[in-house]
Design a protein. Structure first.
Length: 141
């Protein structure tokens, strides 16, 4: 199989047995272990793959907000979030992601709040998931 050298692989995943995988980011060597959730025959001892999807959503939001803030000379010193992933069935999938985002440590005025919401909710992971997942956001400024 031909691999375009400009399209280097991003990661690799190794099955470790027992419904567990080891995911390696090839450029940095950083590793993440996943485990099947308890409600799907697993031990729930690590992030499940769907946990990572929900968590990646908010990580992507904060990254894009950070890039935006840097480009607009807006200080972004604090972001804390809690993510709740709700699974659906038939087929089993992420049905809803509930997110509480806390930006209280940034001292932003109200003119910045809506811009931050728009930028974050338009991140690449959001565009990838599209309308396939119900989203619920709660913001603290």
């Amino acid at each position: 199989m031909y691999v375009n050298p400009k399209e280097m692989a991003t990661s690799k995943v190794e099955y470790l047995g027992g419904l567990r995988t080891k995911c390696t980011h090839l450029k940095s060597g950083q590793e993440v272990i996943t485990d099947a959730p308890v409600d799907n025959n697993g031990k729930g001892e690590a992030f499940s793959p769907t946990d990572l999807v929900a968590t990646a959503y908010v990580s992507c939001m904060y990254t894009i907000i950070g890039i935006y803030c840097e480009s607009q000379n807006i200080e972004f010193n604090f972001g804390d979030a809690t993510i709740t992933k709700v699974m659906g069935s038939d087929p089993r999938r992420i049905e809803r992601i509930e997110v509480v985002l806390d930006f209280t440590g940034n001292n932003w005025d109200e003119t910045i709040h809506q811009r931050i919401k728009n930028v974050g909710e338009g991140c690449p992971v959001a565009k990838t998931l599209g309308d396939n997942v119900e989203l619920e956001f709660s913001y603290k400024f």
